[in-house]
Design a protein around this ligand. Structure first.
Ligand code: HEM
Length: 407
């Protein structure tokens, strides 16, 4: 497709801050999104694996993992919205075209996600005592996992279709006959998709180290269970990383001819090295895994590895859209809007920081307390401050809106 045509599809109003901000935030938030997706898929997988087992350790793990999945689905959805916003801002010609070409699936995405989430919660509700009682309705968890994969596949197809502007016309009007139904998925790459999904194995393995340290902090006495978690985490980390790396290599070897050099460049190597470091790190820590905050650092290292993977994914988009098609997202017209830019960062840093800090503190302290947990005065004050900030935020939101509309 003509580069000028791609530029013509841009929003003529421009964007409210420098595009590099959207680019960086897009990569960072997608890394968080996919990490949450990995925890969701990994914990769901371990939950169903454990639910079919008669072994005490597996059943206890399954019970914990259902709770993890229940939280991870919310986090995955919430942090999925952020990259959705950023990709729309600087890649709007590509993202919207890809969405419109498969509109039926884009709308279907929401309904499939709702059914998947319901299925997960049905499993959760029917298996409060998974650890000690017989598993009920395991099919609901299997349905949830399969539908999560369908949801991910839709996002995958949209991400791939946007990279092939040359084919858009052919997809829109095959053999010259317009098909405006939006019912087709036009492009996908099984190796790319499998790579992103397979990363769930090492990520949940690394997550298990954090879970183990958390149990230790809460005075866990069952050393056998802690050893079981450590063994499983190590195995998932090693096997999962090996599988992911094989898929990465196959994906890279199949890149289109015009960007095939990418496969031997620094990005895939950086991603592979980051993944290997993340999987090996808990082993390197040795005994320190059981000490203080060290036990949680594998999760931090894995997060950095995900950011490297996200940067590699963005680099592929860059070499395709800029290198091959001449579209530079960084030369987007800027109409600087300090209010909305300032509001975004204040909301993110101050409001988000305060609310998340409060919720994490309560969740953390409750988990580390034997018996009933009573928050301290300082923690209660954190909660009050968060609510006050939230009220102020809502007031300024409507206040500023009304002032702009009527003043
Ligand atoms: C829970 C099920 C989900 C799974 C398994 C999943 C998985 C994935 C995967 C594998 C990708 C990468 C596709 C690729 O590059 O080939 C992706 C991208 C993406 N996902 Fe999700 N996702 C899920 C839910 C969501 C939700 C609920 C949202 C938004 C509300 C979302 C927003 C996005 C966006 C915007 C991208 C592309 C970002 C970009 O191209 O910059 N996802 N997702």
């Amino acid at each position: 497709m003509d580069t000028a045509m791609l530029y013509a599809l841009r929003d003529p109003l421009g964007i409210p801050a420098h595009p590099v901000i959207f680019l960086i935030l897009g990569v960072a938030t997608w890394a968080l999104h996919i990490a949450a997706v990995h925890v969701l898929l990994g914990s769901s997988f371990l939950a169903i694996r454990g639910a079919f087992s008669g072994d005490d350790h597996w059943r206890r793990l399954a019970s914990a993992m259902v709770n993890t999945a229940k939280v991870a689905i919310s986090v995955a959805i919430v942090v999925g919205v952020a990259p959705l916003l950023f990709v729309q801002v600087i890649y709007d010609p590509f993202w919207y075209t890809s969405n419109v070409l498969s509109a039926w699936w884009v709308i279907g995405f929401i309904f499939i996600l709702i059914v998947a989430t319901l299925a997960l919660f049905i499993f959760y509700a029917m298996n409060y005592e998974l650890r000690t009682k017989k598993t009920r309705c395991p099919g609901s968890m299997i349905v949830a996992i399969l539908l999560f994969l369908v949801v991910g596949f839709i996002m995958h197809a949209l991400s791939v279709q946007m990279l092939e502007p040359d084919k858009w016309l052919e997809w829109y009007a095959p053999n010259g006959v317009i098909d405006a139904s939006g019912r087709s998925i036009h492009a996908y790459n099984p190796w790319r998709f499998a790579f992103f999904i397979a990363l769930s194995l090492p990520v949940i393995g690394i997550w298990l180290f954090g879970y183990r340290r958390y149990l230790q902090g809460a005075g866990e006495e069952d050393q056998d269970y802690l050893d079981f978690i450590k063994r499983l985490g190590t195995r998932l980390g090693a096997i999962g990383t090996a599988i992911s790396l094989v898929l990465l290599v196959i994906w890279m070897r199949g890149l289109p001819g015009d960007i095939s050099d990418f496969a031997t460049g620094p990005w895939p190597i950086a991603a592979a090295v980051a993944l290997i470091i993340a999987a090996a790190y808990p082993l390197v820590l040795g005994r320190r895994l059981d000490q203080g905050l060290w036990g949680y650092t594998p999760i931090l290292v894995a997060t950095v590895a995900m950011i490297v993977v996200a940067a590699m994914r963005e680099a592929i988009r860059w070499v395709t859209l800029f290198g091959v098609h001449g579209y530079n997202p960084l030369d987007y017209k800027i109409v600087m809007d300090w209010y909305s830019t300032g509001l975004f960062f204040i909301t993110f840093g101050v409001l988000g920081g305060s609310v998340v800090a409060y919720l994490l503190t309560v969740a953390w302290q409750a988990g580390q307390t034997q018996g009933t947990y009573t928050p301290s005065r300082a923690v209660n004050r954190m909660g009050t401050v968060s609510i006050v900030l939230l009220v102020l935020w809502v007031a300024q939101y409507f206040g500023f809106g009304l002032w702009t509309a009527y003043a």
